[in-house]
Design a protein around this ligand. Structure first.
Ligand code: UGA
Length: 427
């Protein structure tokens, strides 16, 4: 099948590369010409494990990029909207980019004679496909739904594992208003070993939010239990490892610590809260999920102050800047509020992340960045572990260069150790 993918961020580029790998012809569309040039040269505009190999394999053959919507729509049968859905200043979803992409697609559809299916893959709150995207496309194309198809197909890709997740899905959800456009979208995944859940667009949209909100809830629940356990002198990891053996609960996403970051969980839970309020429902549990998550980074600084007293002029090492391991992404990283609070307390910060130093340096210019943990730890009066990088599990002799070997661990990276003064966040 011939596919066009609008937006070359994480979801768009990964989906485009994987659809090409599945044998489809793919045209990426973006308004950013530097990204187009990169993709056409087989270079990923973002870092994602395995993406560079796929782009190198398919660019110039089954995969190309353009800024020309007319060309992309004319030369494809299905268009995926994969643009960003950021939060507005109140935490509600900002659909500005989705609306602009829908308008451009509608304009391009005006002169197309063949049937074309528009698929929303961007994470959008329930009713968006039917009440926002569809009317814009109808207005701009001068056509009515039925002349073209509309569907919603959420993604469940983890950053860092996105290619693996695309090629090995545990669910594929396709929401459509009619049988035939849903069937066309489902058929694009026929090379994958996974049943397709067929439903309507608003249910598909909701499935995405519920998936992310439930995972975020598991984390905040684990953090709350961890905070209680810590006060009782109980190891929450021992508790959760037993609790996770219950098949109804499962062992995943029960790791207490500094909380969840990234471009999805905080934004999606807040967007669902916003949608619920818009329709007159106050979502108390979801609000608590966010409240607990916002408390965790501050608790790390409180533990630090408990040990060191005033932080003024003290050198504090921050290990881990990315929002999780194996990515350079710092969006909503828990290290951001921690660094802000440390700076508010006039601490001096020396930071290290295997991949994210450069990105963090765009936000915090007045802290030291190092290319190794040992570099950041040198002369530090304490260290905070913020990201679950594997290499932090084996830190040992690096701590000997600290002025004071105090380690506050926000990710359960180091078991209780006697060569350092070890303080776990929730254990
Ligand atoms: C998440 C979902 O896992 C994907 O299924 C979804 O497609 C994606 O959002 C999205 O909506 O696009 P991602 O944001 O890449 O993926 O990150 P996760 O691996 O889910 O981790 C999120 C955060 O939770 C990280 O900051 C991580 O450190 C934290 N976390 C995770 C915990 O604090 N405890 C845990 O037990 C697990």
């Amino acid at each position: 099948m011939r596919i066009s993918v609008i937006g070359t961020g994480y979801v768009g580029t990964v989906s485009a590369a994987c659809f090409a790998e599945l044998g489809h012809s793919v045209i990426c569309v973006d308004i950013d010409s530097s990204k187009i040039d990169q993709i056409n040269a087989g270079i990923p505009p973002i870092y994602e494990d395995g993406l560079s190999e796929l782009l190198e394999k398919h660019a110039g053959k089954r995969l190309s990029a353009t800024s020309d919507y007319d060309f992309a729509v004319t030369n494809s049968d299905v268009s995926f909207i994969c643009v960003g859905t950021p939060s507005d200043s109140d935490g509600n979803i900002d659909l500005g980019i989705v609306k602009a992409a829908s308008a451009s697609l509608g304009d391009a559809l005006k002169n197309k004679k063949d049937y074309h299916v528009v698929v929303v893959k961007s994470t959008v709150v329930p009713e968006t496909t039917e009440k926002v995207v569809l009317p814009i496309i109808e207005e701009h194309s001068g056509k009515k739904v039925g002349d073209f198809g509309i569907a919603m197909n959420p993604e469940f890709l983890r950053e860092g594992k996105a290619i693996y997740d695309f090629m090995n899905p545990d669910k594929i959800v396709v929401g459509s208003l009619d049988e035939s456009s849903g069937g066309i979208v489902a058929s694009l995944y026929s090379g994958l070993d996974c049943a397709v859940t067929r439903t309507n667009p608003r249910t598909a949209e909701m499935i995405k939010y519920v998936n992310n909100s439930f995972l975020a809830t598991k984390i905040s629940f684990s953090n709350e239990i961890g905070n209680i356990c810590k006060k009782l002198g109980i190891d929450t990891y021992e508790v959760m490892s037993a609790v996770g053996n219950d098949f109804r609960i499962g062992p995943h996403f029960l790791n207490a610590g500094a909380g969840f970051g990234g471009s999805c969980f905080p934004k999606d839970v807040k967007a669902l809260i916003g949608k619920a309020r818009e329709i007159g429902y106050e979502p108390e549990l979801l609000s608590s999920v966010i409240a607990v998550n916002e408390k965790q980074p501050s608790m790390m600084v409180a533990l630090l102050k408990n040990k060191l007293g005033s932080l003024k002029g003290k050198k504090i090492a921050v290990l881990g800047l990315a929002f999780k391991n194996d990515t350079d992404d710092i969006r909503e990283s828990r290290s951001v509020p921690v660094i802000k609070e440390l700076l508010d307390n006039n601490a001096e910060i020396s930071a290290y992340d295997p991949m994210a130093n450069e990105n963090m340096a765009r936000i915090f210019k007045n802290i030291e960045y190092h290319d190794s943990a040992a570099g950041a730890l040198h002369g530090a009066e304490a260290c905070l572990i913020m990201t679950e990088w594997d290499e932090f599990k084996t830190l040992g002799k690096e701590f000997t260069v600290m002025k004071n070997r105090l380690v506050i661990d926000g990710r359960h990276m180091l078991a209780s150790r006697d060569d350092i003064e070890y303080v776990g966040l929730c254990w």
